[in-house]
Design a protein around this ligand. Structure first.
Ligand code: GRF
Length: 214
């Protein structure tokens, strides 16, 4: 079985990274995490990568003349790690077009809302509560030039309760993110995502080759 090489971009806690590392360790996983790159030194995500013995690199803005140069370095490292798929998992930057274009339909992001609702915000759960929606959830989508607007690969729904706070709703959504993101990475890694216009169509897994005749 070909194993797809995944690079994960992070900035903080790294709980979605941890979900991917756990999933990638399962015997049937069609992918492995080969590089973790953080734009923040000291991110907890880096410790999770170390614990899983995955190379973890820090590319901080302060070391570069501008954000474009910083992202070009991230791109160089992704290429050096021969990454097939990139996952942005709690990554705090919008990727420059050069990085997006280098991995067409090969970058997955997880967003803590049911897109297209509450797109382009770092406070999706607070905004969902303030709006008074009765369900929310999370979305795994491909990254394109427009923020949070790429083809949707998978979504999961959670109820919003009247007594929810941002913390309780975020925790309920996060538990779903941890299931959704590995599922979406597996779909992409196994060639089950076909992009048709603005839609991602999920196709059945390729049939196993026929058993050799006796
Ligand atoms: C997640 O809620 C993700 O959807 C959002 O940022 C959070 C990252 O959490 N983009 P973690 O770093 O994976 O724990």
């Amino acid at each position: 079985m070909t194993v797809t090489r995944v690079g994960v971009l992070v900035s903080g806690r790294g709980s979605n990274l941890a979900a991917l590392l756990d999933d990638a360790a399962l015997p049937d996983a069609p992918y492995k995490v080969v590089a973790v790159i953080s734009n923040k030194a000291g991110a907890l995500a880096l410790e999770r990568a170390h614990a899983a013995e995955v190379p973890a690199l820090v590319v901080e803005r302060v070391a570069f003349a501008n954000r474009s140069e910083q992202h070009r370095e991230i791109l160089r490292l992704l290429r050096a790690s021969q990454v097939d798929i990139v996952v942005t998992a709690g990554f705090s930057h919008i990727l420059i077009p050069e990085v997006v274009d280098a991995f067409p339909d090969r970058i997955l992001n997880v967003h803590p809302a049911l897109l297209p609702a509450f797109a382009g915000t770092l406070h999706a759960q607070e905004e969902a509560l303030a709006y008074g929606v009765k369900v929310s959830g999370c979305t795994a989508h491909l990254v394109t030039a427009e923020v949070d607007a790429g083809p949707i690969v998978a979504q999961a729904v959670v109820p919003v309760r009247d007594d929810d706070t941002a913390a309780t709703l975020s925790a309920r959504i996060l538990a779903e993110e941890h299931r959704l993101l590995p599922h979406a990475v597996r779909l992409l890694a196994t060639g089950q995502v076909r992009v048709e216009g603005r839609k991602a169509v999920i196709i059945a897994s390729p049939p196993h080759p026929p058993a050799p005749s006796p």
